[in-house]
Design a protein around this ligand. Sequence first.
Ligand code: NAD
Ligand code: 0WE
Length: 256
Amino acid sequence: MSQLAGKIGIVFGVANKRSIAWAIAQAWHRAGAQLAFTYQGERLKENVEELVAAFGPDTLLLPCDVTRDEDIARVFAEVGAKFGKLHLLLHSVAFAPKDALEGAFLNTSREAFRVAHDVSAYSLIALARAAAPLMTEGGSIVAMTYYGSEKVVPHYNVMGVAKAALESSTRYLAYDLGPRKIRVNCISAGPVNTLAARGIAGFMEMLKHYEAHSPLKRNVLPDELGATGTFLASDGAAAITGQVLYVDCGYQIMGM
Ligand code: NAD
Ligand code: 0WE
């Protein structure tokens, strides 16, 4: 219950109540953490405002496009001014241009590659660098990834390459930040029906495929991602860094 009492955290990637970031944020909050939130832009502002109102009227909520260095600088300046320190950071942000997720990977444009890597991978480095000076008591950084980083998942395409960069960045960041007691890990989630997953052709078939072929014969629940996020943020994971944890009902172990 109070695994995260006294911890201060910041959450990137809430778009709506189905967002994985929202499931993890709720779990962190229930475990006693005090949280700040960011949202991508005006389009999502009202949505996220309504959600975070549940955490009290004085919850810090700031716009942040993770491709903008000035946004990132302002967010951490405000967190520093309000709390003076930080323990937890959730990175639950990804984007690739829609057309890059439809046709052949072979046709990935230079621009789609750049955008996917900027939003989905470089942003972790930028956020970690800005957060680290506030993590004076140590910290835990958690990022969301997906199995398409290591095996070919048709149509995941350049997102798979960007997730491979995210996972590798997690290891290099873990090495750099380890001496400051800041841990960096990824959760590799099985498919979840969120905004980012909806509209992807064949997504419902993918859920059925996991149900049929994962050892647990079902799909992962958002609350289960919350529980793993809480574990990684807690002192129970004090010696775990640089890892990718599969929270996918066991799907990743299968060869056939
Ligand atoms: P989501 O759409 O709810 O969340 C994606 C978030 O990324 C949104 O909040 C969006 O605003 C944010 N974002 C995109 N571009 C941004 C930018 N330039 N600046 C700031 N924020 C930006 O979908 P989700 O499924 O909850 O995705 C969250 C994370 O989980 C992603 O990293 C995704 O790759 C990962 N993931 C999702 C699944 C799944 O099946 N849904 C599985 C494994 C991993
Ligand atoms: O990481 C993701 C999805 C991330 C994502 C989603 C979109 C949809 C809208 C990134 N960029 C965009 N761009 C858009 O314009 N997942 C793990 C979910 C997902 O997406 C897939 C999947 C799975 C699983 C795409 C193809 C195949 C499988």
